[in-house]
Every structure is written in structure tokens, then in C-alpha cells.
Design a protein around this ligand. Structure first.
Ligand code: FE2
Length: 283
């Protein structure tokens, strides 16, 4: 699947862009499906309105339950800037959804097809994932004008394994540009330490700093502008972020987070699978 040069580039840079990995029809299928799921979202199941401290706390608890429950479900999340001060949507619902997560790849038939197959299995093998396990999928809308920034982070913080093997598969559903909030990476940054870990204990989650190495200077950030259909693969320790979408067009993307089954998956990770819903690979 990959050439020797591509494998070398991935090892050196911590990421690899594969243009035209997905065909327009495949992209159209998941885009349509995501928009159908978003349109069905009941706004009242996930609305942030509070006037007292108790309501605020109740709401935090509800939000946490909603988030944790999404690990093995298909749930919609709204943009932070979706509501006005009175809790009313500022934009139509279809333009207010931030993302859908986190088990689309196993539970939704359209996403299931998109997320599996020989081509992805061969790619995973070339990237060193001998026993790929897909733990999470997210459909990210990055809405026009209100699509929020995602700060510097490493995906390995959310999928701890020993040794660290998590690899991100980031599919551009639309062209990703400087204006609509493309990815930015620190080329070669996969050799820096893992800075934070996101852990779950019961219903409590926390993001803990385990290494104080600073995030890269902005001058070290490299934009990854790609055309729709491109697949960006990156290493779990590669620092990356994406800027706000200030443009008038959406920047849809779909991601998979995949570990190698030969590494030990931490019990502290927020996504766990039981025997009734086992983690699967690309086939
Ligand atoms: Fe990420």
C-alpha cells in the first residue's frame, strides 16, 4: 500500500498525507448520513441552560453522563457558540452540531462500510499496526463562522497503551484550508514526550499533566491543507491543533483512533469495550 519513501516519511515526520484515498461517492455517503443523524438530534437532550449554581452543577453532571455514554453510542455534540445567553440556538440545528461520536464505525451501517476494508487494513499494517483495534470514530463538522478551535494536544493522551501505539486516521470530507480550520502539526514532534493523560475513574474524568514540556511555538506549527478525499495519518504523540473556522463554508472531517492489539490498552482510558461489544479491526 505505502511506498518505502512514504513509510520513511511517516517515521520521520510523524504524519503522512494520502491524497485521493477516498472517492467522492464515499465522502458523499458519510456526509449525507452525518447530516441525517444531526437532523434527528433532539436538542432538549443536550441543552445548556442554568440560572442557579445547583442547576449549573446538575447540568455539568448531565453533560458528563452524556459524554461518557457516547463512548459506545452514536451521539451529537453542539458547538460551544451554538447558543445565545437564553439558551436558544443562534443558527439552524444543522449548522450547530460540533461532532458526532464515538462508535459510528461499529454502529452505523454507512460509517461501518467507510471505516473498514482491505485498503485500510493494508495501510494500518504498513504503519506498524499489526493487530489494529478501532476504539473511536468522530464526525467533525467544524461549522462555518462558529466552528471552534481545538488546542494543541496529542491523541495518545486519550488512548494510553503500553507501548504507545495509537494512530489517528483523519479523513478530509471537505477541502481543509487555512480559512476553514485545517490541521496544524509539529513536524517530527512525535519524538517529544506525551504531556498529558486523560483518565476515567467511575463517572469522573481528568486531564493530568505528566510532562511539562511546553507545546510547540506557533513558528514550529505547519498547516496541513488537504483536498477532500485525502487521508492524513498521524502518530499518537504528534502535537497538533486546528484553528477556528472563520470562513463561510463547513470543514467536515472524519477520524478513527486505532491502537495495536499487541500493546496493553489501559483500564483508565475513557473508552472501554466489554465482551458484548468487542473492539474490532479494519476487516
Ligand atoms: Fe487530535
Amino acid at each position: 500500500m505505502l511506498s518505502a519513501q512514504q513509510i520513511k516519511d511517516y517515521a520521520q515526520n510523524g504524519y503522512l498525507v494520502l491524497p485521493d484515498f477516498k472517492a467522492p461517492a464515499e465522502l458523499a455517503a458519510i456526509k449525507q448520513r452525518a447530516e441525517e443523524i444531526a437532523a434527528r438530534h433532539d436538542i432538549n437532550t443536550h441543552k445548556t441552560i442554568f440560572s442557579t449554581d445547583q442547576q449549573r452543577q446538575d447540568n455539568v453532571d448531565l453533560e458528563q453522563d452524556y459524554f461518557l455514554g457516547s463512548a459506545n453510542q452514536v451521539r451529537c455534540f453542539l458547538e460551544e457558540k451554538a447558543f445565545d445567553a437564553h439558551g436558544e440556538l443562534l443558527h439552524p440545528l444543522a449548522r450547530s452540531i460540533n461532532k458526532i461520536g464515538h462508535a459510528l464505525h461499529d454502529l452505523d451501517p454507512v460509517f461501518e462500510v467507510f471505516s473498514h476494508g482491505e485498503k485500510l487494513a493494508a495501510l494500518a499494517s504498513d504503519l506498524g499496526l499489526n493487530d489494529p483495534q478501532i476504539w473511536q470514530s468522530m464526525y467533525i463538522f467544524k461549522q462555518p463562522f462558529i466552528g471552534g478551535k481545538v488546542d494543541w494536544h496529542q491523541d495518545g493522551s486519550f488512548f494510553q497503551t503500553d507501548p504507545l501505539t495509537v494512530t489517528t486516521f483523519w479523513f478530509a470530507v471537505d477541502d481543509a484550508t487555512l480559512e476553514n480550520g485545517c490541521l496544524w502539526v509539529q513536524e517530527g514532534g512525535q519524538n517529544s514526550p506525551l504531556r498529558q493523560v486523560f483518565t476515567r475513574e467511575g463517572n469522573h474524568t481528568s486531564l493530568t499533566t505528566i510532562d511539562t514540556t511546553p507545546w510547540p511555538e506557533m513558528s514550529a506549527a505547519k498547516p496541513v491543507e488537504v483536498k477532500a478525499g485525502s487521508l492524513v495519518c498521524f502518530h499518537g504523540k504528534l502535537p497538533h491543533y486546528s484553528a477556528e473556522n472563520t470562513s463561510d463554508t463547513p470543514r467536515h472531517a472524519y477520524t478513527l483512533h486505532v491502537t495495536d492489539g499487541r500493546s496493553d490498552y489501559a483500564v483508565e482510558n475513557w473508552i472501554q469495550r466489554g465482551q458484548d461489544f468487542p473492539v474490532r479491526g479494519f476487516i
